[in-house]
Design a protein around this ligand. Structure first.
Ligand code: 5GP
Ligand code: ZN
Length: 138
């Protein structure tokens, strides 16, 4: 638990949250600024800053709930697609430093989510070198 963390406050019921799921390890609630109806955040109840630093068992439990919510968005909310998004650290767009998974339904029309992958030819693009670096770090 972190005293000033907004998501820990939702877990402790110090601020309201539209909670859709809860168990011993995991909480899921609607994003306060949804990009589409049903935009849900799934978090571990234990405070960890990022996905990258969350213990494996807890991370698996969070992703399990995220998968189930995505299935419900397709089946019950009649979404046509779902984006699963995890931002790690502010340069990647993380604004709340408590690991959370965005489960975002897509309805096949314009909404508030804009994702663009554009090839960017900057930095070390020597593929064999990059492959070796990643492999040696695993
Ligand atoms: P991030 O940018 O860190 O990946 O996403 C944080 C998300 O948390 C944002 O989409 C934002 O709308 C949501 N958020 C921030 N504060 C609150 C809050 O107090 N309650 C809820 N339900 N969502 C919040
Ligand atoms: Zn927290």
């Amino acid at each position: 638990m972190s005293k000033d963390c907004v998501f820990c406050k939702i877990i402790r019921r110090e601020i309201p949250g539209s909670i859709v799921y809860e168990d011993n390890d995991v909480l899921a609630f609607l994003d306060i600024s949804p990009t589409a109806p049903g935009h849900t955040l799934v978090i571990p109840k234990e405070h960890h800053e990022t996905f990258l630093g969350t213990p494996r068992r807890l991370m698996h439990n969070v992703l399990d709930v995220a998968q189930r919510i995505g299935q419900v968005q397709i089946k019950t909310l009649k979404a046509q697609g779902v984006n699963i998004l995890i931002n790690n650290y502010p340069p990647a767009g993380q604004s709340v430093p408590h690991f959370h998974v965005h489960v975002i339904p897509r309805y096949g029309k314009t909404d508030g989510l804009k994702i663009a992958m554009v090839e960017h030819l900057d930095g070390d693009l020597n593929f064999p070198v990059v492959v070796e670096k990643i492999k040696s770090g695993l």
